[in-house]
Design a protein around this ligand. Structure first.
Ligand SMILES: Nc1ncnc2c1ncn2[C@@H]1O[C@H](COP(=O)(O)OP(=O)(O)OP(=O)(O)O)[C@@H](O)[C@H]1O
Length: 277
């Protein structure tokens, strides 16, 4: 059974048609990247998947008891509000010290537990937010624009980490990107969105599809080749840590935010002093 399935979903916001006739399904354990230009409805689609938005048409089906970890594009932390990393990990669901430490380690930021959220760089904040998402033990991990601001090498390293997370946790991972470069090569399936699903399939198929090329041009093949070259070298652990390991501050300069869903998933809207953009 699919974790999430959208059936002919349409969404209108502020009198505008944002999504139309979108049908897709996310299967257990797969990595799916949604690509599309600015304003093509990617974030709206993520909000549908987590249940923060109700479709105007069609329906969204979720596996019973589905657990979702959601990392939205931005986090808004009130600068006047003291909020340590450790405490942030316990919002909204308290987690044990050991669980928090483990998740931070896994995200490559174990040393930041005592810091204030407002002191973190964009890349550090991104990893802390990923750690919080992991504490929900999600069956589906959703990351909205996690590679924004990263160069191709940084994006490739990020995707390797995503692959490792999938292997370790067995979760499906749904990502959004509007700058389709290296990211495509590391995903099982790409969905190209522009208000509707233009095309979908394996990365190489989508990269050569006329619908994709009409939106993004033809420049992706070189990036795919770059990724494959690096990937061939990357699997022993030491080489990984050296060439592709977590680098604080290397990630998204805008900062990435997370609002992890509760233990049973879908209530991942803004709250607890943080909000998705
Ligand atoms: N609350 C809202 N009211 C009216 N229009 C909205 C609302 N939220 C989003 N939109 C519009 O819906 C469209 C899709 O927005 P969405 O944020 O889903 O796009 P996106 O693909 O994630 O864009 P980007 O790559 O720039 O982040 C845009 O035209 C946006 O202006």
């Amino acid at each position: 059974m699919s974790l999430v399935a959208l059936e002919r979903v349409g969404v209108s916001l502020g009198g505008r048609r944002v999504l139309e006739g979108v049908s897709l399904a996310i299967e257990p354990g797969e990595i799916v990247t949604v690509v599309g230009p600015n304003g093509s409805g990617k974030t709206t689609l993520m909000r549908l998947v987590i249940g923060a938005l109700t479709p105007s048409e069609g329906r969204v089906l979720r596996a019973p008891g589905l657990t979702v970890g959601y990392v939205p594009q931005k986090l808004h932390v009130d600068p006047g509000l003291p909020l340590s990393v450790r405490r942030f990990l316990s919002l909204p669901r308290p987690v044990s010290r050991a669980e928090a430490a483990g998740a931070l380690e896994e995200a490559g930021v174990g040393h930041l537990a005592g810091r204030q959220m407002t002191e973190l760089s964009g890349g550090q904040a991104q990893r802390v937010m990923l750690a919080r998402a992991l504490t929900a033990r999600p069956q589906l991990l959703i990351l909205d624009e996690p590679t924004q601001g990263l160069d191709q090498q940084g994006s490739a390293a990020f995707y390797r980490q995503i692959e490792e997370l999938r292997q370790r946790h067995g979760c499906a991972i749904l990502l959004v990107s509007h700058d389709l470069h290296v990211v495509m090569a590391a995903t099982d399936r790409v969905i190209c969105l522009n208000g509707h699903v233009c095309c979908e399939g394996a990365p190489a198929q989508v990269a050569s599809a006329p619908e994709y090329r009409a939106l993004f041009g033809t420049g992706t093949q070189g990036a795919l080749a770059l990724y494959r070259h690096e990937h061939d070298h990357g699997h022993d652990h030491a080489a990984h840590a050296h060439a592709h390991g977590p680098e604080d501050g290397a990630a998204d300069a805008r900062g990435l935010a997370l609002d992890a869903a509760g233990p049973h998933g879908a209530g991942a809207g803004p709250g607890t002093g943080t909000g998705a953009s």
